[in-house]
Design a protein around this ligand. Sequence first.
Ligand code: FRU
Length: 484
Amino acid sequence: MASTAALLILAVTVHAPTADVVRAESPARSQSVDEAYSEPLRPQFHFTARKNWLNDPNGLVFFAGQYHLFFQHNPSGIEWGNMTWGHAVSDDLVHWRQLDDAIEPDALGTIFSGSAVVDWKNTAGFQTGDEPALVAMYTAAGGTSPASQGAKFTQCLAYSNDRGQTWTKYDGNPVVSHIAADNRDPKVIWHEPSERWVMALYLDKNDFALFNSPDLKKWERIDDLTVPGSIECPDFFELPVVGKPGESKWIFWTANNVYLIGEFDGRDFQPEGEPQRFEHGANCFAAQSYSDIPAQDGRRIQIAWMRGGKYPGMPFNQQMTFPTSLTLHATDEGYRLRSQPVAEIESLRGEKFTWNGELNDAENPLEQLAGETYEFALTIEPADAKRIILDIRGAQLSYDVATQELSFGESKARAPLVGGKLTLRVLVDRASVEAYANDGSVTLSNCFEPEPSKLAYRLSGASAKVDKLTVWPLKSAWRSRDEE
Ligand code: FRU
């Protein structure tokens, strides 16, 4: 938890419980970029709350052409507390519009993390019109507010019959009573073969459980699992194996980017092999993947909280990662995940600049760059170079050729050369650097705090051969949204 116990004790700021139905701000009333999103440290293509603290992405669901991004929000403070579901929508995962907060604290607790689904078959009976209801399942964090003193952590439902604009809490809450410690973070999926909802829940220590339900209201505990070194915010999903038609595996994911791969028959998850660590950056936590992405799209799209970073003097605190798409690959070491930024980033690209040739100490192929937001794509053969360095405004993304390690500040990951080459995609925003090596098999997501006056970039590592370097300046997602 955002430093669990201490934060819970600190989270006693009064946040008066409000009516169960909350009106969302109409998109037409959106705030212009002149009023917000243009502050000096405001990320330009990573989601931030317009104001105040944000942590985990919650309730990621796609419906009626909109990606919903709910998030842990403190509506009244720049630090963690008063947890409430903030809400933003986008039609392309790049340009977001923040609406009013969606789910607010009540006598059962403040509103901790959870997920959302489209109830296509109206299994819960919440649907009132022609369209299916959206159903959110969240943790009511009892005891974290004056209004919920004495209550324990339980799992609850809220639903929307107007495409996510307003939310009503289920009057039969909680639907899962307290099990252990601060059990929390339900992630719900529809399991078609068993025609059941399946929920992954964090219990305590490194323990998680799976539940199933015919209607989102009655839940049966069907499986328990322990994932060494793992805590919080589970995700559970099936992925096809790339290049192996008909083959797929189940992934059990946890907040600190450790995942298990295995088989799931609707009741029992059988892990195969050791837990794997994905994502080696310093600032990536509590990733969640989207529910209800249409089958013809088929992507497993993930957003995580970029936990940490400093934003002095800013009206917001914390940011999300840029959305990525996950794929599963059969490798010599077993099945492994890869992730790449979603292709929609292309809508932000300005005129590209390309270069190839041998790096030498005298020249800097990136001399002409002087901006804050870029995407880099690079294929490089190290040749006799010992170290290849992409210097980003004074921070170094560095590849050690002898150890085949990619590092950024304190974060490090082995990224073995593939066919003698290293490929890199790098997204640079005002307060973050996200690197994807070797087609996303190794990723490093990091916050960074460059000095505003430092705008230089350099690529060095004599005599490495750059097969191809492409650099796109990226437009501000906030500015380009309001120009639409
Ligand atoms: C993860 C987490 C969750 C919890 C939420 C509270 O960052 O601690 O376990 O639901 O944040 O904000």
